[in-house]
Design a protein around this ligand. Structure first.
Ligand SMILES: Cc1cc2nc3c(=O)[nH]c(=O)nc-3n(C[C@H](O)[C@H](O)[C@H](O)COP(=O)(O)O)c2cc1C
Length: 203
């Protein structure tokens, strides 16, 4: 998609060193529906990864997390060891070198499932034995989203919040890929620019 000046309006990914076979990508699917536009775009991008690069796909709606409780300053209540889905997501997060947030644009931000997952980062930061901040440092964070607008600017808050979160944790920012569509299949059907960008997102 192009703007009035003919410039590509997609936020182009920065290139990083993808030849490293030790990399492993975790795709965190945040849509409230299966087989939506954002997942389809993510699968187009992932198809370009070398076959030796590990990929793991987790659908956040199938891994419900407990409501986030902010216990940071609560006397006498300590967080319990993460268990169940929380443990699975924590371990998957720590194991990956590259985290790809695959969330549709909901109210100019990530979906609630994605946000809840990220709020849990705030809890994991306060589990000393996990050493979350140290272990997140140096990983790469990517964003893939879909907006129903024709331009990409409405996705700026989503991209900004993920990019700032990456910075806060000392992570690299991989880049973002923004599709345009509303009904399932829209992006694959008609967003040729996003599909082209998907081919080069991961280098
Ligand atoms: C709760 C909700 C909020 C949404 N908010 C926005 C929005 O703020 N901006 C926008 O462009 N599209 C918005 N949309 C439209 C979706 O981004 C669009 O339908 C997208 O294609 C959905 O992605 P998916 O197919 O991967 O599920 C919203 C959709 C829902 C269900």
């Amino acid at each position: 998609m192009t703007d009035a000046d003919g410039r590509r309006d997609h936020d182009q990914a920065q290139r990083t060193g993808h030849a490293d076979p030790a990399r492993s990508f975790l795709f965190l699917l945040g849509s409230a529906r299966a087989d939506g536009n954002t997942e389809a775009l993510a699968r187009e991008a992932a198809a370009q990864l070398p076959s030796h690069t590990a990929q793991r796909w987790l659908r956040l709606s199938e891994l419900p997390l407990p409501a986030f409780e902010d216990l940071r300053h609560t006397e006498g209540r300590t967080r319990t060891e993460p268990a169940g889905n929380e443990r699975l997501l924590l371990d998957a997060t720590l194991e990956a070198t590259d985290l790809v947030v695959v969330s549709p644009l909901y109210w100019y931000s990530v979906s609630s499932g994605t946000k809840l997952y990220m709020d849990h980062w705030g809890a994991w930061l306060h589990l000393p034995e996990v050493r979350f901040k140290q272990r997140m440092r140096g990983k790469t964070l990517w964003a893939i989203t879909t907006t129903s607008h024709d331009d990409s600017a409405p996705a700026d808050p989503l991209v900004g919040m993920l990019r700032s979160s990456a910075e806060y944790l000392g992570m690299h920012w991989g880049g973002s890929l923004i599709g345009h569509g509303n009904r399932p299949g829209d992006v694959l059907r008609s967003d040729t620019a996003a599909l082209a960008d998907a081919k080069s997102l991961f280098g």
